[in-house]
Design a binder for this molecule. Structure first.
Ligand code: FRU
Length: 492
């Protein structure tokens, strides 16, 4: 390991991370002029959270990234907290006489005069050169409320049915919806969430978008994402929930009971994620990215010179289940561009003798499918040294998939880090299919075509280089195992 940028210990090789220093939430994701923009919460002078700027990168395929200079700097209204960006196609704002451009809507995070009380207000900035330079609006801030302290993370979208911009904003233990004809003047529309879902932490970074259920255009639902902040009373730390319902441009109506809690990810390390704006309707994908960390220990992760990466970009879809529509997530198709050689094994039975494979790299995609026979449980171990391993196991009787990183590597930085992460999951036609992405210091697991996802950080002392398949108290059939080495996106 060296200090050369992107070659440091634990540095992910096919996930986005900042060239240096601290990063948290993804911000301002928007597609414009054939580029995907990714802004992010960034402290350019430290490797822990601090005065927030918007860092910036662009991509053509959501896999390879080009770093651009910092887009937004703190100003007299405060630091630049999370927010979104949109294309103002019809010049509703009046900023774009010549050609459509970008508008960023973010939280100005300061304090009230002569007080420590946070003062969070919404501001906007616009760009006429595809996000390269930004002009802050002279009328900032555009939205404030002196009574609400946690008042942040505006996500804005165009609601064509009512011909208005809609903003969803995190407001303590709820979200509020506002509408605007021009992005400059905002009117309160409704509030959601008082008793619904999880209130284990402060509500942050909401998103709201429409998706067809199983691709059927005559059956569309609205999906609301709400991240909930860390609370020492819950072992999971910060995490993201979602709601499914209806939205008429003013009010969101939950399809489920208040008690229903739906988690976006069953791993500990996917937070504050939201979706890309303005992906053309011919394309139609709803792409999402999350911050691959957790406020419980984000500031303590054992990395040097840089801190945090994003999840792989994922496509979100909805599928019907017995309990109602549920989110499904799949890694971005652009991943194809970094697939190198693959090896495949097929159709064999696993018994009490583990079956081992060497992994040629610690940048791997692993695809497997098992068929349950009479074993109590089955799964695989991703191993580095004799003591360092991640155990992925399916308990047949309980219908539970778990990802155990208790002994995956360095845990010393936080008592909360060692964890067994679990998701209820049914076999499909008696089969379990998994897609794994192992990248140096992270593991993403997508189960049964993305019905459940687990995102976990891991800090092995040496690269994971071995994979063991096991079956306990009986046999399990393995339909296939495919090991694919992935390229580094930072190698040039
Ligand atoms: C979520 C969050 C946001 C806030 C930002 C500050 O992780 O707390 O609510 O805007 O981070 O960096």
């Amino acid at each position: 390991m060296t200090n050369e940028v992107y070659k440091e210990k634990h540095r992910p090789q096919f996930h986005f991370s900042p060239e240096q220093k601290w990063m948290n939430d993804p911000n301002g994701m928007v597609y414009f002029n054939e580029e995907y923009h990714l802004f992010y919460q960034h402290h350019p002078f430290g490797t822990t959270w601090g005065p927030m700027h918007w860092g910036h990168a662009v991509s053509k395929d959501l896999i390879h990234w080009e770093h651009l200079p910092i887009a937004l700097f703190p100003d007299e209204y405060g630091d630049i907290f999370s927010g979104s960006a949109v294309v103002d196609w019809n010049n509703t704002s009046g900023f774009f006489e010549e050609a459509p451009g970008l508008v960023a809507i973010y939280t100005s995070a300061g304090t009230y005069p002569d007080s420590d009380r946070p003062c969070q207000r919404q501001s906007i900035a616009y760009s006429k050169d595809a996000g390269r330079t930004w002009i802050k609006y002279e009328g900032n801030p555009v939205l404030s409320d002196i009574n609400i302290t946690d008042y942040r993370d505006p996500k804005v979208f165009w609601h064509s049915e009512t011909n208005k911009w809609v903003m969803i904003l995190a407001t303590g233990q709820t979200v509020m919806l506002y509408t605007s004809p021009n992005l400059l003047e905002w009117e309160f529309a409704s509030e959601f969430g008082n008793r619904a879902g999880s209130h284990a932490g402060v509500w942050e970074c909401p998103d709201l978008f429409k998706l067809p259920v199983d691709g059927e255009d005559n059956n569309e639902k609205w999906v609301m994402l709400v991240s909930i902040g860390d609370n020492p009373e819950f072992k999971e730390g910060s995490r993201t929930q979602y709601f499914i319902g209806q939205f008429d441009g003013t009010t969101f109506v939950n399809d489920n009971t208040d008690e229903t809690i739906l988690w976006l990810d069953y791993g500990r390390d996917n937070y504050a994620g939201v979706s890309w704006s303005d992906i053309p309707s011919e394309d139609g994908r709803r792409m999402y990215i999350g911050w691959m960390s957790n406020w419980r220990y984000a500031n303590l992760l054992p990395t040097d010179g840089w801190r945090s990466a994003m999840t792989l970009p994922r496509e979100l879809t909805l599928t019907a289940s017995d309990e109602g529509a549920r989110l499904v997530q799949k890694p971005v198709v652009g991943i194809e561009a970094i697939r190198k050689g693959a090896s495949i094994s097929e159709n064999f039975t696993i018994d009490s003798n583990d079956v081992s494979y060497e992994m040629v790299s610690d940048r791997m995609e692993v695809n497997l499918e098992w068929e349950a026979q009479n074993a109590d449980s089955f799964g695989l171990v991703v191993q580095s040294t004799a003591d360092e391993k991640i155990i992925i196991q399916y308990d047949v009787a309980k219908g539970l998939l778990s990802v155990d990183r208790t002994n995956a590597g360095d845990n010393s930085f936080s008592e909360s880090f060692a964890a067994v992460q679990e998701a209820p999951l049914k076999l499909k036609n008696n089969k379990l299919e998994l897609q794994l992405f192992i990248d140096t210091s992270s593991l993403e697991v997508f189960a049964n075509d993305g019905e459940a996802a687990f995102t976990s950080l891991v800090f092995p002392s040496k690269p994971y280089n071995q994979l063991n398949l096991f079956s306990k108290e009986g046999t399990t059939k393995l339909n296939y195992l495919k090991l694919t080495e992935l390229d580094s996106i930072w190698s040039k």
